[in-house]
Write a protein that binds this ligand. Structure first.
Ligand code: UD2
Length: 318
C-alpha cells in the first residue's frame, strides 16, 4: 500500500474514498509523520498496559480466561500453520523447540508446523499430539546468517501462496532458537499480530534500533515509532501475513538493489511495516523473552524465550 508523505495528502485522498473503504483504510494503516506520543508498555502503577492507543489488545497474563477463550475458538475448527527455519547448526534447537511446543503451543487445536531446513536428516522425530502435523521443506544452505534471516519473508510468502491459502486460517513464523515455558494459545490469534521485544520496551523510541538511513525502505525517523517489535514472532490471518511478507520481501529487494542491508535485516522491515500497518493484537514480552534476562515484576509468566547460544559457534559467519 502506498504510504503518504504528509497528513494533508492523506486527508485529500481520504476525502475521495467511500465510507467502507475509509473505515477499512483507517483500520489498517496510518500516514507517515503523524505526530503523537509514544505509547507505554508498562503503566505508572508498574503494571502492563492492556491496550495500544489504536485500541489493539496487549496480551498479558490476567487479560484473558484460558478456558473461556478456548471454548470460543473450539467452535471455529481452525488450523494454525507455523513456520520454523533451522538452517546450518540451528537444527540443534529443533528438539527443544518442538518438544516444548507440544507441551504448550495451541494444545487442543490443529497445528501444522513447516520446518525449513538444509539438513532434513537432522530434524528430530518428536512425538506430536493428535491433530498436530509437521512437514519438512528442504531449502539450499547459506553461508551468511543475515541471508538466512532475510530470506524468511520470501519463503513465508511463497509457502502461503503454494500451500496455506486454502489449508490454514492463521499462520505464525517463530524463531527456532527458543523454547516454550508456558501456555501459548488462541489468546494470541488476531488479524495481524506482533510481539513487543523484551530488550526495548522500557526505552524511548529514539533509542530503538530501527533502521535510521533514509535511503533504506526500512527507514523510521527518530520522532516516530510505537513499540520495537521482535522479528522472532510474526502472526495473523493467512491473508494479512501474506501482505506483510510480500511487502517486506519487496522492500528488502529494493534495498538489496541499492546494496543496503537494514540494521536488523528483516526485523527492521517488519518494524517499518507495523508502524504504518498497525497490528490488531500485540503480544506482551511474556511471548518473547530472553533466557539471559532476569524476570522483572511486571512479567508474571514467561511463555516463550530465546535460549542461550554462542553466536560464534552456531552461525556460519561472524
Ligand atoms: C534477531 C531476531 C530474529 C531476526 C534477526 C534479524 C528476536 C528475538 N530475534 O535475532 O528474529 O529478526 O534478529 O537479524 O527478535 N537461522 C538459521 N540458521 C542460521 C541463522 C539463523 O536457521 O545460521 C534462523 C533461525 O530460525 C533463527 C532466525 O533465523 O531463529 C533468526 O536468527 P538469529 O536468532 O541468529 O538472529 P538474532 O538472534 O540476531
Amino acid at each position: 500500500m502506498k504510504l503518504f508523505q504528509n497528513v494533508s495528502t492523506f486527508h485529500r485522498v481520504l476525502a475521495g474514498l467511500s465510507i467502507t473503504g475509509l473505515i477499512y483504510f483507517a483500520y489498517t494503516s496510518t500516514p507517515t509523520r503523524l505526530p503523537y506520543n509514544q505509547p507505554s508498555v508498562v503503566g505508572p502503577d508498574g503494571k502492563g498496559v492492556h491496550l495500544s492507543p489504536w485500541l489493539a489488545p496487549v496480551v498479558w497474563e490476567g487479560t484473558f480466561d484460558p478456558t473461556l477463550i478456548d471454548s470460543i475458538y473450539k467452535q471455529q475448527n481452525i488450523t494454525i500453520a507455523t513456520t520454523v527455519f533451522a538452517l546450518g547448526k540451528y537444527t540443534l534447537f529443533l528438539k527443544d523447540f518442538l518438544e516444548s511446543a507440544e507441551q504448550n503451543y495451541f494444545v487442543g487445536f490443529r497445528v501444522h508446523y513447516y520446518v525449513f531446513t538444509d539438513h532434513p536428516e537432522h530434524v528430530p522425530a518428536v512425538k506430536l499430539r493428535e491433530e498436530h502435523h509437521l512437514t519438512v521443506l528442504t531449502v539450499p544452505s547459506s553461508n551468511r546468517w543475515q541471508d538466512i534471516s532475510l530470506s524468511r519473508m520470501a519463503r513465508l510468502e511463497k509457502l502461503i501462496e503454494s500451500r496455506l491459502f486454502n489449508k490454514a486460517d492463521y499462520v505464525f513464523s517463530l524463531d527456532v532458537d527458543s523454547k516454550f515455558y508456558g501456555r501459548w494459545g488462541v489468546e494470541t490469534l488476531s488479524r495481524l499480530v506482533g510481539v513487543i521485544h523484551p530488550w526495548f520496551y522500557g526505552k524511548h523510541r529514539k533509542k530503538f534500533p530501527y533502521e535510521r538511513r533514509p535511503e533504506s525502505q526500512a527507514f523510521i525517523p527518530s520522532a516516530e515509532g510505537d513499540y520495537y517489535y521482535g522479528g522472532a514472532v510474526i502472526g495473523g490471518l493467512v491473508k494479512d501475513v501474506y501482505q506483510l511478507a510480500k511487502t517486506c520481501r519487496e522492500n528488502l529487494e529494493i534495498d538489496a538493489s541499492k546494496s543496503i542491508e537494514a540494521a536488523w535485516q528483516e526485523e527492521s522491515h517488519l518494524n517499518k511495516y507495523f508502524l504504518y500497518n498497525k497490528p490488531s493484537k500485540l503480544l506482551s514480552p511474556e511471548y518473547l523473552w530472553d533466557d539471559r534476562k532476569s524476570k522483572p515484576w511486571e512479567i508474571k509468566i514467561i511463555r516463550f524465550s530465546q535460549v542461550l547460544k554462542n553466536y560464534n559457534e552456531i552461525r556460519p559467519n561472524p
